[in-house]
Design a protein around this ligand. Structure first.
Ligand code: ZN
Ligand code: ZN
Length: 252
């Protein structure tokens, strides 16, 4: 379960401006490392600063998860952590020992981990996912999530925009290619299939019939789907490593 937590920074440097810059840098690094979610509030208290954050698990603020960037910056502070409570707005995260497969599923407007466990269907905290592309943080995955959400917002807010719709539904779009490349890279690191959730059909109420036609074959290879049992997808193409969610087209 995600947690509401406090990070208490006791500075070892003097200048207030320098302290605030460094705290902001550390929080950004913790986000890119999958240890906290985006968005935090910092309070100034007597001789210390307290950052109110959402962290991904009981132990996810532990220094054992720090990367090289964070280790270098934390030298300037004594840092205490305190878990306050479960995040009542969050869903539970995966605690399986094994994952038979994974799905990269960007769920619009979510900013927690987009990596879904194939066994329990819950998200896996990024602290338990290896870095990709020789990075020492989860920059590519989180950046892709932000870009995808930006495209999705544009689609939702400018309903007839063909460009944003194509980016989301077409497996050949630049956006989806980036997602599929991340899956291929993750698969190499994890040694298990990693599917990319292709949001086709796009669903929603706008032009209902046109946007709610479920596919009957894989749009990339025209091959047959295999059924899976997962909260995020109900069919996959094993060949293309694509996953799909059947929308309610109003016929049932
Ligand atoms: Zn799981
Ligand atoms: Zn296929």
């Amino acid at each position: 379960m995600y947690k509401v937590a406090k990070l208490i920074f006791k500075p070892r440097v003097k200048s207030e401006e320098e302290i605030l810059d460094k705290i902001d840098a550390i929080l950004s690094m913790l986000y890119k490392n999958g240890q906290i979610l985006d968005n935090w509030i910092v309070e100034s208290r007597d001789k210390c600063y307290i950052a109110n954050v959402i962290t991904t698990d009981d132990d996810s603020l532990d220094s054992k998860y720090y990367n090289g960037y964070i280790l270098k910056e934390v030298e300037n502070f004594e840092i205490d952590t305190e878990i306050i409570c479960d995040d009542p707005m969050a869903t539970d995260s995966c605690h399986c020992d094994e994952h038979n497969y994974y799905i990269l599923a960007i769920y619009p407007s979510e900013n927690s981990s987009p990596i879904i466990c194939g066994n329990c269907g819950k998200e896996i905290s990024l602290i338990h996912i290896p870095y990709i592309y020789k990075e020492e943080e989860h920059y590519s995955i989180l950046n892709f999530q932000r870009t995808y959400n930006a495209v999705d917002t544009l689609w939702m807010d400018s309903l007839s925009d063909r460009f944003t719709k194509r980016q989301i539904v077409d497996h050949n779009s630049q956006l989806n290619k980036i997602g599929m490349e991340i899956c291929a890279e993750l698969e190499m690191k994890l040694g298990k299939p990693v599917y990319y959730l292709l949001c086709n059909p796009i669903g929603g109420w706008f032009e209902f019939e046109k946007n709610n036609k479920n596919l009957t074959a894989c749009p990339k290879c025209n091959g047959e789907f295999s059924k899976i049992d997962n909260a995020y997808a109900d069919k996959v193409c094993h060949n293309c490593r694509l996953a799909f969610y059947t929308v309610d087209d109003g016929t049932q």
